[in-house]
Ligand binder design. Structure first.
Ligand code: ADP
Ligand code: ASP
Ligand code: MG
Length: 580
């Protein structure tokens, strides 16, 4: 038995559903196929309900968009039979009642949210089931709500594995279809109410089935070819990782690699079921295999991940030195209000404790902590909680990091050389990850710089900004053009000219200016100024930035200091700065 899961991106259009069906039909062994909601629908359901709650009448239009999307897919797949259309109509009429209810009472509880969101997966799995059934025999449908049972623990649903496994096994004992389609993400409580497994939870549903059925493999089909060395949306050079251990995959997903929902690993780890991440749109690509233990490759760091929109909370004060129980009180206070702590650090003097949480939890956490320490704050022994937002977590992960010196040194020096300030650091004793907290606006630069350092150590990208494109400047550009391939091959330097300016105009191309045609760019360029050029270099915030002054202008020389303060290197043929 195999378990396959197709994410929202894989069932976003009729075209991609056809692709999914092709993959399912190729399967040789019996399989359970878990389906996510049509791409973007869970967000739209949520948006509609929130609009309805806040009396934004456009909720009606958002709801129409949801309906139209499903009706169109049904039609394009040629399965818009009267029975299927009627099923959709009934589902939409139930959903409408729920949205109208939210609108009327201006309330959108967790219970209602689960109920509303469950329609996403109910609809998508119905569509895939019918599209497959059209010309395939032995296809069954199992509503996951009949088998996955949860109980609420501190307001979060937890799967009751004993009961769930029993239900799944019992179902498959008496139903032996070659293919069984199952909606992901949804479950039910012991009382029979609809529950969900958390955003991204279809991966978890699939793992629950894989574990209960002792599947030979769990395949997660998505829109990228595996778990990448880092977020492929932010780093162009990111590459799929061929093999990862369960622990590495868990760390990477915990720290933001969205391709796998973090709880997914737990159920399959017990039975050592391998997970394969595959690309629905390039099924021939290998993808990533997640297994028990991987062999050491020359990459000690296996991946880098990020979580954005983090807030850092610091509690400090003399009363905390040497007094036991402070950390316990912080954790208890946050636990009571259901706030998840992502990272914790404590200064060795114990003068302060610092923890990172999701920015949506700031208010709840602030109130809880200030209440917990109200007495100490009143007595001046502890300062009110310090809150910093606009931050992100970046984590480097690898099982073999603990046997290698210098990883943290490389991490810090790479960030330092790129003028990225680190607000907090954490490293687990297991040394499978090192985590830093930096500004949101530095994440892209940090990921690119670290990726280059740990995965592309052979080639370093230099981002060059040249002021002055007169005779000498032109010659320099010409030389760089001639030398680029030599530099790349022999010195492993990838030189990109990103900005150019003369006294009147300036141009910028973050991906690099085409050196065969740079002069024509000046026709449409914006007005230049020395300060404006500097501001743009800072704003682009690219790694390994170099400012080149090919003028003999004292005002340009006067701005070097500002570049250097931003860790932008300065190259000049002008002697003014040095002689003044
Ligand atoms: P699905 O709809 O298939 O569940 P998700 O959107 O949940 O897909 O996850 C896939 C996305 O995860 C990718 O499109 C990619 O943008 C994002 N992602 C972030 N970090 C990584 C990473 N390290 N490796 C692969 N994908 C990542
Ligand atoms: N549809 C749900 C979500 O968007 C579950 C999933 O796609 O895994 O969160
Ligand atoms: Mg997902």
């Amino acid at each position: 038995m195999k378990v396959l899961k197709f994410g929202g991106t894989s069932v976003g259009t009729s075209h991609s559903i056809n692709q999914v069906i092709k993959i399912i039909k190729k399967q040789q062994t019996p399989c359970v196929v878990v389906i996510s909601a049509v791409g973007g629908i869970t967000n739209l359901l949520l948006e509609t309900a929130i609009k309805a709650k806040y009396q934004d009448e456009t909720f009606v239009e958002t709801f129409s968009a949801i309906q139209e999307k499903h009706i169109l897919i049904l039609k394009e797949l040629n399965i818009d039979t009267p029975t299927n259309k009627l099923f959709l109509k009934e589902q939409f009429s139930e959903l409408k009642k729920l949205f109208d209810g939210v609108h009327l009472i201006e309330e959108f509880s967790n219970k209602t949210s689960d109920k509303i969101l469950s329609y996403g997966e109910l609809l998508s799995s119905f569509i895939v089931f019918n599209a497959l059934k059209k010309d395939t025999e032995h296809v069954g449908y199992l509503n996951a709500q009949e088998v996955i049972v949860t109980e609420s623990v501190y307001n979060k649903p937890e799967v009751l594995f004993e009961e769930t496994n029993h239900n799944i096994k019992a179902y498959f004992k008496s139903n032996n279809h070659q293919i069984t389609i199952v909606p992901g993400f949804i479950s039910k409580s012991k009382k029979g109410e609809v529950t969900t497994l958390g955003r991204g939870g279809s991966d978890y549903s699939a793992a629950i089935f894989a574990s209960a059925l002792e599947a030979s493999i769990l395949e997660i089909w998505t829109d990228v070819s595996g778990m990448y060395t880092t977020n492929p949306k932010l780093v162009k050079q990111a590459k799929p990782i061929e093999e990862l251990s369960y622990e590495e995959a868990m760390e990477l997903s915990h720290f933001g690699a969205k391709v796998l929902y973090p709880p997914t690993i737990q159920p399959v780890l017990k039975n050592q079921i391998q997970i394969q991440i595959k690309n629905t749109f390039s099924p021939e690509e290998k993808g990533t295999l997640i297994t028990k233990k991987t062999n050491f490759t020359h990459h000690v760091v296996r991946g880098i991940s990020n979580i954005d929109h983090i807030a850092l909370m610091t509690l400090e004060g003399p009363a905390m030195i040497g007094v036991s129980g402070f950390a316990k009180r912080i954790f208890e206070a946050l636990h009571d209000v259901n706030v998840n702590i992502i990272v914790i650090t404590q200064a060795s003097s114990e003068h302060s404790i610092c923890f990172a949480i999701d920015k949506n939890d700031i208010n709840t956490a602030e109130v809880a902590i200030n209440k917990q320490f109200a007495h100490e704050i009143f007595m001046g022994k502890v300062k009110p909680l310090i809150v910093e937002s606009g931050l992100s977590i970046v984590a480097v992960v690898g099982d073999y990091m603990k046997n290698h010196q210098g990883i943290s040194g490389t991490l810090f020096s790479t960030l330092g050389a790129n003028n990225i300030n680190i607000r907090a650091i954490a490293q687990g004793a297991s040394e499978k990850n090192i985590t830093v907290i930096i500004k949101d606006t530095d994440v892209k630069k940090a990921l690119n710089a670290l990726h280059e350092r740990f995965f592309e150590s052979n080639t370093k990208q230099l981002n060059v900004f040249i002021t002055g494109v007169g005779n000498v400047g032109e010659k320099l550009i010409e030389q760089i053009k001639q030398q680029r391939s030599y530099l790349k091959k022999n010195l492993k330097l990838d030189v990109k000219i990103v900005g150019l300016s003369n006294s009147r105009k300036m141009v910028f191309k973050p991906k690099g200016i085409d050196l065969n045609d740079w002069a024509s760019l000046f026709h449409y360029a914006e007005k230049s100024s020395i300060e404006g050029f500097f501001q743009k270099v800072v704003e682009l915030n690219l790694r390994n930035s170099i400012f080149v002054d090919v003028t003999a202008n004292e005002d340009v020389a006067n701005i070097y200091e500002k570049y250097l303060k931003q860790s932008v290197a300065v190259v000049a043929c002008s002697k003014i700065a040095c002689s003044s």
